[in-house]
Ligand binder design. Structure first.
Ligand code: NIG
Length: 410
């Protein structure tokens, strides 16, 4: 069973209700309910009824319908669970020394991926599964209720397939990132053929998405396009790591291929921002710009221009990018507080990017990312009376309780 599905014992705040809707729980005592629905409703003194895995009712606490059980939050804020749309959780090993050298002045380069590849290949299935499960649990404990993760540290047919399988056991969405780096010692053209052929075929049963690290030192526009087109033909949705370490073709390629998301986006020119905005100006979903503030800080890159993107009409997501090289954290709360304190977003915009934005980046916003009747009951109750405390008290442990698909997950 995925750690995302584990069930906690009943909380003392849970008590049976007098009258009942079958299989329903009333969550009340909500001082502030941030719905992130289309009307951006924020309700005060609110309550939510959860039936099975769905939200059945939302409204004022003094108008609640009867339910099987009651959970009184005693005046705490509730928001949708975080949707973390970009992580690399399938890894072993430690790159603390690389990080320390970077803080002393070294710059980040894609080559570190090879170090993690070596360490991860040495980890047996049980070890790797336990590492991934504990990282997922860390994320859930911090309020994440929907999580994507990637391959990309296997870099051989067998290892990529193994990592995809392990990822699929633990995460809600899995991305094939065979085109993360040409492994040390391999021939670039031969490796590309492998990625597009046997590797894609081997991971296909376990993944929904494909990604490419389109950056100097990794894959150029031509190679990235070729991989992504083959993956699209195999039925996978597309995403791109782009414009992380310098200006580059990643954003334009993502829009050209109707990728759901282009991630990092630190170095953008006007044409990049315009292309992303234009992707949202017509009917249907465009390309989300996914900002990864924890990574930007850990690599000393300029923070992604989230304010400029929002002002231009681009859909923005915030994600943790948890990985051992550039962003060793699963804390979405840290990303949200950084977006408010350093990137010029309001609290509401940052929370939206970490919930609806992530859901749009994974094209699951009809299911998760906002609190609306009929959607999955993914709720994050804070140890605070209002969501602004996420930025007001950065770094504090502000998760009080988490429900995922209607069940207590933390
Ligand atoms: O998203 N940029 C490429 N991939 C990861 C880092 C990988 C690594 O250095 O291990 C990222 O930052």
């Amino acid at each position: 069973m995925s750690p995302l599905d584990h069930h906690e014992p009943a909380d003392p705040a849970d008590r049976p209700a007098d009258a009942a809707r079958p299989g329903s729980t009333l969550i009340t005592g909500i001082s502030e309910l941030t719905t992130q629905d289309a009307e951006h409703r924020v309700l005060h003194d609110a309550a939510v009824v959860v039936e099975e895995d769905r939200i059945a009712w939302i409204g004022p606490a003094d108008e609640v319908p009867a339910a099987d059980a009651v959970h009184d939050l005693g005046g705490r804020a509730v928001l949708p669970g975080w949707v973390d749309s970009h992580t690399h959780l399938v890894f072993a090993g430690d790159r603390g020394a690389e990080f320390e050298a970077r803080m002393a002045g070294d710059s980040y380069s894609a080559g570190g991926i090879g170090v993690t590849m070596e360490a991860t290949r040495c980890a047996d299935d049980a070890t790797l599964e336990a590492l991934v499960a504990s990282r997922v649990q860390d994320a859930v404990d911090g309020g994440t209720t929907f999580l994507e993760t990637k391959t990309g540290y296997g870099l051989s047919v067998e290892e990529e397939a193994r990592h995809a399988r392990i990822a699929a056991e633990a995460a809600d969405a899995v991305t094939f990132l065979g085109a993360h780096l040409v492994p040390p010692g391999a021939d670039a053209a031969e490796y590309l053929d492998q990625v597009r052929g046997p590797m894609l075929e081997a991971v296909r049963p376990h993944v929904q998405w494909a990604d490419v690290f389109c950056e100097r030192g990794a894959f150029d526009a031509g190679a990235s396009r070729a991989v992504l087109q083959d993956c699209a033909a195999a039925g996978l949705g597309l995403r791109i790591h782009g414009n992380q370490l310098g200006p580059g073709p990643g954003v334009q390629l993502a829009v050209e291929l109707d990728a759901a998301s282009v991630d990092h986006v630190n170095h953008l020119d006007d044409a990049d921002v315009e292309a992303l905005a234009a992707s949202w100006s017509s009917e249907g979903a465009g390309t989300v710009a996914t900002c990864l503030p924890a990574c930007d800080l850990s690599t000393r890159q300029p923070l992604a221009p989230a304010r400029r993107l929002l002002d231009a009409g681009v859909e923005v997501a915030l994600a943790s990018n948890c990985n051992p090289g550039t962003s060793y954290t699963t804390s979405m709360a840290f990303c949200v507080s950084t977006a408010v304190l350093q990137m010029g977003l309001s609290l509401h915009e940052a929370v939206r990017a970490a919930t609806v934005g992530g859901a749009r980046a994974l094209r699951v916003d009809d299911e998760v990312g906002s609190l609306e009747v009929g959607k999955r009951a993914d709720l994050h109750a804070l140890e605070a009376p209002a969501a602004i405390h996420l930025a007001y008290r950065p770094g504090m442990p502000l998760t009080h309780a988490v429900w995922r698909a209607g069940r207590r997950a933390a």
